[in-house]
Design a protein around this ligand. Structure first.
Ligand SMILES: CC(C)(COP(=O)(O)OP(=O)(O)OC[C@H]1O[C@@H](n2cnc3c(N)ncnc32)[C@H](O)[C@@H]1OP(=O)(O)O)[C@@H](O)C(=O)NCCC(=O)NCCS
Length: 178
């Protein structure tokens, strides 16, 4: 499955992405904004394992972000279990050379459309560390609502911080709940 908006394409990961994936993701400025289960330093072995995992997904939930044919980052949805099965958490990162050009906002819009229209999701949400204003802005520009702040819920880099929780509802997909 490929999702395209002008020069930005969301596409499945391929084995040949591993080198560039490792180069771009091995960046503390990225890792500082992500959960600790994501390795740092990020090696090519980590990249190969991640790509292998992505290739088992059916339906596809994790995409490579490509700009003008160049690998630039990753974006994905994580479907939630049990009664939350129509909800997914969104996560994304972009290589530093590509920051500040509106790419993440376009990628979020593409995957949200896919989640709502192709996967039948009713709700997409995420949590952002309080200091990550760029990601908060990406979500706001994409129509997400700041739903609440989980005070002091995050311990990252030996510091406690708040998590800003954002959600977006599929207005056409709520018939399941009625
Ligand atoms: C967050 C991230 C995905 C943003 O990608 P991006 O393509 O640069 O985002 P966009 O260009 O679409 O939008 C960024 C917005 O944040 C704004 N912004 C950037 N830094 C900011 C700051 N320090 N304070 C306030 N706003 C800021 C930009 O001005 C822009 O808003 P605007 O269009 O209204 O001017 C990218 O920086 C990244 O990968 N960061 C590390 C990983 C990460 O944080 N992942 C998300 C975890 S929740």
């Amino acid at each position: 499955m490929e999702l395209i908006d002008n020069k930005i394409k969301l596409r499945p990961f391929t084995d040949s992405d591993s080198k560039r994936l490792a180069e771009l993701c091995n960046n503390k400025k990225i890792w500082n904004n992500l959960r600790d289960y994501i390795p740092f330093p990020y090696t090519e072995t980590n990249a190969i394992d991640f790509i292998k995992y992505c290739q088992t997904e059916n339906p596809q939930l994790t995409f490579a972000i490509e700009i003008n044919g160049e690998f630039a980052g990753s974006i994905g949805l994580v479907r939630q279990p049990d009664v939350y099965k129509l909800t997914a958490e969104i996560g994304y990162w972009l290589g530093e050379p590509f920051w500040g050009m509106g790419i993440a906002t376009k990628a979020v819009r593409l995957i949200v459309e896919y989640g709502f229209n192709n996967l039948g999701l009713v709700r997409i949400y995420t949590g952002v560390f309080d200091f990550n204003k760029a990601s908060q802005r990406v979500l706001e520009k994409s129509g997400f609502k700041l739903e609440c702040i989980f005070e002091k819920s995050v311990f990252k880099n030996d510091k406690i911080c708040d998590e800003y929780r954002y959600g977006l509802i599929n207005k056409n997909g709520t018939q399941h709940a009625i």
